[in-house]
Design a binder for this molecule. Sequence first.
Ligand code: CDP
Ligand code: CDP
Length: 232
Amino acid sequence: MAERLTIAIDGPAGSGKSTVARRVAAMLGYLYLDSGAMYRAVALKALERGIPLEDDAQLEALARETHIELRAPTVEQDAMGLKNRVFLDGREVTEEIRTGDVAQAASQLATISGVRAVLVAEQQRAGQGGGVVMEGRDIGTVVFPNAELKIFLEASPEVRAQRRWKEHQEKGEQLTLLEVLQEVRERDKRDRERRVSPLVRAKDAVLVDNTAMGIEETARLIVFLAKEKVPA
Ligand code: CDP
Ligand code: CDP
């Protein structure tokens, strides 16, 4: 068993994947990688270019010619709770990709197998060698099916929407809780029902429902499970 594990965290929107994965990575001294940011970055580029989200061939070509880089946040950004810094063809889009429109567009283009193939290959390259916590929808099932530790993170839809709504409020965005709940439900449905790499729990993933758990508590549980996997 490797000493520096590959940890896969999957789950629906707002379940706490990014926050918890980032905390786990910090506790273990691992690299944190947000695969969703890659889908969001390609989605932003497609929206900017006016490419229809139904045009599979154009979107696959777009994904192929796109360079996405995930970098660790600066000390100030880390203190603000920022996750990965995201660079799209060299331009920083860390904040721009966090809108509801980009999230919806990302989940639409994430249904295209050609787009997924390009991004999965990138993710496998970025995470090779272990010592990594990667989060998304298909990390334990497709990207790293041999990950030593797989977590499926869940929380009730109401709590997930509430968490997201609070984030929008903090950014001064005027969305109602109901609108956020609808966005989350719509995206979950599309992610769970799509033909390619749907959001499902890998058979060997540990189900962690953190509806009533804090970030620190959830991260500690995962670190505990990780330490059990490392040889003494
Ligand atoms: O990445 P994902 O969409 O799964 O969720 P996230 O962006 O990590 O978390 C959404 C929000 O929920 C963040 O503001 C977290 O701070 C918060 N959260 C929480 O309050 N309690 C948890 N146990 C997990 C996340
Ligand atoms: O942060 P949140 O959980 O809301 O979303 P995200 O992780 O940034 O992912 C945005 C969208 O990208 C998701 O709704 C999925 O459709 C797609 N995605 C995916 O299909 N596979 C992944 N490994 C990560 C994201």
